[in-house]
Ligand binder design. Structure first.
Ligand code: OMD
Ligand code: FE2
Length: 425
């Protein structure tokens, strides 16, 4: 079965998997069609301004409210373990790709939380997880702590959500809103990649300012699945992430039973190759904000709770310019992953599936080999091919988990060793 999608970002969508399931002209009729249960799912406060307001109405076989108490979930040992209380060294950190999990590991148990900031209860902050799994989920997951962006690095994912079915492969990403239940299946038998979890205001497309009305991520390239449901009366475990801990309970049916829905809070997928990359055609390397696909604003104008930034294939044409990322120290904190290829500031050691962290004010930039190569390069137009890196940039410094701290590369600082000293006249 292939999924069908509706194009557009944050649109008001109406979709039904069974004709007549969606009420017309009202949200909560006295008796919804077929005895369905109407349920509102809010992604913003009821009173959020209209242009920010996101909610959907779901028409389902059984109400979500009908469930037994959650108990602590004791699987997924590296998922949401909390962060260390010890002072965090201001060091740059980098990680090799995580090894594949033991056979029989599904997406939930294959999740490893690497970096987190703030507390989910603050409704601010972001976490970066990696996953490595090799078994279809036969249960469902729901994240009360935030929306999830899946960035597969290897292996396709089928994400069966309450609101529809999403198929993605490496090079595509998907978002599942906070509170939407889903199951992850692995058409290739195994999969690995990244998940960004946003506790803060919902990801949206950035303003374009002088760029104009088009460019970067174009709204039409975001695809929301049509209504899809399963009618399965069999025990189904639901694992929930709530305030940084995992909880579980078992229903006697699948909760992926939404027959119809309408609204503007919805999952979507996006093909990263659709990103309309904009950059200099004269000189200098623009700030990486030029590559922003999505932004989650904080309460301070222009200072993102989280930006999702892409580094796609592109032409490099800048004249008399050091073309890779410059040396820098930032107030923002930078978590970076690599989906494929090589990243232009790191000649080696940053591998697809790997991760790096350059926190608040950490001095970083091109490694010695990249600096040397770009300093000596003949500045012809040059196309960076076959690459896709991304950054989850946040105004809140990241705290690595204990697992991340104990599995970091040992010698990352060495990539910035032995730069020749400048020679004054
Ligand atoms: O550190 C990095 O590699 C990310 C980055 C990229 C860039 O083009 C400019 C600044 C920046 O932080
Ligand atoms: Fe940086």
């Amino acid at each position: 079965m292939t999924a069908s999608y509706i194009p557009g970002f944050g649109n008001h969508v109406a979709t039904e998997a069974v004709p007549g399931a969606l009420p017309i002209g009202r949200n909560s009729p006295q008796r919804p069609a077929y005895g369905l249960y109407a349920e509102q799912l809010s992604g913003t406060a009821f009173t959020a301004p209209r242009h920010e307001n996101r909610r959907s109405w779901l028409y389902r076989l059984r109400p979500t409210a009908e469930h037994p108490p959650y108990q602590p979930y004791d699987g997924a040992p590296r998922f949401a373990p909390g962060t260390s209380d010890s002072p965090l060294p201001p060091n740059r950190l980098r990680w090799d790709p995580a090894p594949m999990s033991p056979p029989g590991t599904d997406w939930i148990d294959g999740m490893t939380t690497m970096l987190a900031n703030r507390d989910p209860a603050d409704l601010e902050g972001v976490a970066v997880h990696v996953y490595a799994c090799n078994r279809d989920m036969n249960r469902v997951f729901v994240d009360a702590d935030g929306e999830l962006i899946f960035l597969p690095q290897s292996g396709r994912l089928t994400i069966l959500t309450e609101l529809g079915r999403i198929d993605i492969a490496p090079g595509q990403i998907a978002l599942v809103p906070r509170g939407v239940r889903f199951r992850v299946e692995l058409p290739d038998g195994e999969a690995a990649g990244y998940v960004a979890e946003n506790h803060g205001s919902l990801f949206r497309l950035p303003d374009l300012g002088p760029i104009g009305a088009n460019g970067l991520g174009n709204p039409r390239d975001f695809e929301t699945p049509v209504a899809w449901f399963e009618d399965r009366d069999e025990p189904t475990q639901v694992v929930q992430k709530f305030l940084g801990s995992l909880w579980a309970m078992t229903l006697d049916h699948s909760p992926l039973d939404v027959v119809a829905w309408h609204g503007n809070l919805a999952p979507w997928r996006y093909d990263l190759s659709r990103f309309n990359t904009i950059n200099t055609v004269s000189f200098d390397h623009p700030d990486p904000s030029i590559f922003t696909l999505l932004t989650s604003p904080s309460d301070v104008p222009g200072r993102a709770n989280a930006d999702l930034v892409l580094f796609p294939p592109r032409w490099m044409v800048a004249e008399d310019t050091f073309r890779p990322p410059w040396f820098h120290r930032n107030i923002m904190s930078e978590a970076m992953g690599l989906i494929t290829g090589a990243y232009d500031a790191k000649a080696e050691g940053f591998r697809p599936g790997g991760l790096s962290l350059h926190n608040l004010m950490a001095g970083h930039g091109p490694d010695l080999a990249s600096w040397q190569g770009a300093s000596d390069a003949d500045l012809k137009p040059h196309r960076i091919e076959g690459t896709m890196a991304f950054m989850v940039e946040s105004c809140w410094p990241y705290q690595p988990t204990e697992h991340a701290l104990s599995h970091a590369q040992l010698d990352y600082d060495a990539v910035w060793k032995d730069f020749p000293k400048a020679r004054l006249p």
